[in-house]
Design a protein around this ligand. Structure first.
Ligand code: ASP
Length: 263
């Protein structure tokens, strides 16, 4: 029986210390409820889905109800989820679903595909009676982003997930790194990863898969430190949380600040 692990993040960016405090409080409460579920025996996939759904519902982060609108003033959200036994699902550009992470899991479990986007994703969602999005402007003046979680359950299954409203003022139809398996999210025998930051750079850098490869030789924090070091030469802005197969966590960011828990 493995000891359970959970790590969550609430984005990286130019976050003031007051705002960071608010993020940390929200993340801590949600982390505690997710951790309790893992101890009760929930599988890591369900816990990652649950925890990210709760964060999407806070309206405080750029995900779910708190998502930034695009350039034309409406919300388009991306999310993905993956397990260490090789299952993955993702959605891109969804507009009407309250919890894109739940839809990502349904794509994984109910289709033979990995990603559905836009209208097709919305039509697929119709059969599941998912709650609709009720957008809420964040009560805080924020410049943060994406949320994510990585968990290991009692059986040793690792799951990772990421959810976002994308970058503020994006062109309609733009998809960031968050739903891209190997960029925003990855999980394998070696561990699980959830990223945040400037999606275009993260996709080109192949951030999550790059860390996954390093996890074959190095513990989580060392793998994170290595990509942080490499990214310095390329000016890439990101933050990342990692859990390796032995239960070690790693956190790193090149942005000004990052919200995560436990810290
Ligand atoms: N990575 C997300 C995106 O580019 C946004 C973020 O994490 O800030 O869509």
């Amino acid at each position: 029986m493995k000891s359970v692990k959970l790590i969550v993040h609430g984005g990286a960016g130019d976050i003031s210390s007051d705002t960071l405090g608010i993020y940390q409080k929200n993340l801590k409460e949600i982390w505690q409820s997710g951790y309790n579920l893992l101890k009760e025996g929930w599988d890591s996939l369900s816990v990652v889905e649950k925890v990210i759904s709760l964060i999407e519902d806070t309206g405080v982060f750029d995900a779910g109800t708190g998502s930034f609108p695009n350039k034309e003033g409406y919300i388009e959200m991306d999310a993905s989820i993956m397990t260490s036994d090789g299952r993955a699902g993702a959605v891109g550009g969804v507009r009407t679903i309250r919890n894109p992470i739940r839809l990502a899991r349904l794509v994984m479990e109910e289709t033979s595909h990995v990603m559905l986007v836009g209208e097709g994703a919305e039509r697929f969602a119709e059969q599941f009676n998912l709650p609709p999005l009720t957008p809420r402007e964040s009560p805080y003046s924020i410049s943060t982003d994406t949320v994510g979680a990585v968990a290991m359950d009692k059986r040793g299954l690792i799951s990772a997930g990421t959810s976002t409203g994308g970058i503020r003022g994006k062109i309609p139809g733009r998809i960031g790194d968050s739903p891209i398996i190997g960029a925003g999210t990855y999980a394998s025998f070696w561990g699980g990863i959830s990223s945040t930051g400037f999606g275009e750079d993260i996709i080109k850098f192949g951030l999550a898969k790059k860390i996954d490869i390093l996890l074959r030789q190095f513990p989580a924090q060392m793998a994170v430190d290595m990509v942080v070091e490499e990214s310095k030469y390329r000016g890439i802005e990101f933050g990342v949380i990692v859990l390796d197969r032995l239960g070690n966590t790693g956190v790193g960011y090149t942005a000004k600040a990052m919200a995560w828990y436990p810290r």
